[in-house]
Design a protein around this ligand. Structure first.
Ligand SMILES: Nc1ncnc2c1ncn2[C@@H]1O[C@H](COP(=O)(O)OP(=O)(O)OP(=O)(O)O)[C@@H](O)[C@H]1O
Length: 301
């Protein structure tokens, strides 16, 4: 049976007259990896801050582990939130951070943290304020992984991490998650890199949820059809179009939904090229519709 760890209904957060989170419904199940995706300013960090009790909603209902997060220490203890720009006490070294972690996280695994320190080549005794940007991110990633909190939030945790370090993060996360299942919510702009890691995708745009679906359903749920403009237009005529680019007599149109065998054969007969749309492309289409339209207008002009 699936256990739901987060339930939100009509969750709203306003800053003055600006509505950052606009009455969203959300449910997060135990033992899954969620991707919280969206453009800059979409509201990802605000959602994570609400769920971890760091800020209060202006409206709606929110339950984390069955209770309101902000008021219950036992709920807060089961969560770990790694922010984009994590702050540490002045004069702390990574060694200090890892030594104090067991105070906050009852499942802290010191041995795992040690292995991660070696993986990330993190200088343990250097003051945090002297660390490079990537090393600072590594401290957060190590805390997030080794804490083994039942509900872990990583808010774009890898500013400055190089490609090797990011892949170490993905690999260790997957390995450790398999051995110690828990719920992970990861916000990121590097969608293609994490696409295979995610089991569920929540796409947020201007404080609202645009997509909340199983990652497997999302993968391959859209197709790009490219070829002669008139032929493409004819082929996609009755389908939901989510993106369109055209240059001269050529067009590339992204349609929602899968194509069956007969449709694929027909596309091939018409000389059209079909390509699956990656999660990143799909999200760009879904959240950048205005951009795509203006590009087409510019090209056409
Ligand atoms: N304390 C605040 N006061 C006023 N506005 C705020 C405050 N915090 C966030 N906002 C606004 O709320 C919106 C959502 O911000 P949020 O940080 O949640 O976005 P995000 O999706 O995490 O963006 P990014 O990908 O750029 O980190 C933004 O428009 C932001 O400017």
């Amino acid at each position: 049976m699936t256990t739901t760890v987060v339930r939100a209904h009509g969750l709203t957060k306003r800053y003055g007259s600006f509505t950052a989170i606009d009455g969203i419904d959300l449910s997060i199940d135990e033992g899954r990896i969620y991707g919280l995706l969206g453009r800059n300013g979409a509201g990802k960090t605000t959602v994570m801050q609400l769920l971890t009790g760091q800020i209060f909603p202006n409206g709606g209902e929110l339950e984390v582990f069955g209770r309101q997060p902000a008021e219950h220490a036992d709920v807060l203890r089961r969560m770990c939130f790694i922010a984009e720009a994590q702050r540490y006490p002045e004069d702390f070294t990574p060694a200090h951070v890892f030594r104090s972690a067991p105070w906050f996280f009852e499942h802290w695994d010191a041995e795992f943290a040690e292995r991660l320190v070696a993986d990330f080549r993190l200088p343990l005794k250097r003051r945090i304020k002297k660390l490079s940007r990537g090393q600072l991110s590594a401290v957060g990633v190590i805390v997030g992984l080794a804490s083994r909190a039942p509900l872990t939030f990583f808010d774009e945790p890898y500013l400055g991490l190089d490609a090797v370090a990011r892949h170490i993060f993905y690999d260790r996360l997957l390995e450790d998650y398999a051995a110690h299942p828990r719920t992970v919510v990861l916000s990121t702009h590097l969608i293609d890199e994490v696409a295979n890691l995610l089991e569920h995708v929540i796409l947020i745009d201007q404080g609202r949820i645009l997509l909340d679906r199983d990652a497997d359903e999302v993968r391959g749920s859209a197709t790009t059809v490219a070829g002669a403009r008139a032929t493409v237009d004819q082929f996609v005529a009755d389908r939901p179009v989510i993106g369109r680019e055209a240059i001269g007599g050529l067009a590339s149109v992204t349609i929602d939904g899968r194509l069956d065998h007969d449709e694929r054969v027909r596309a091939a007969e018409l000389g059209l090229e079909l390509a699956p749309v990656s999660l990143q492309q799909l999200i760009v289409h879904l959240t950048g519709a205005e951009l795509a339209e203006s590009t087409e207008r510019e090209v056409a002009a």
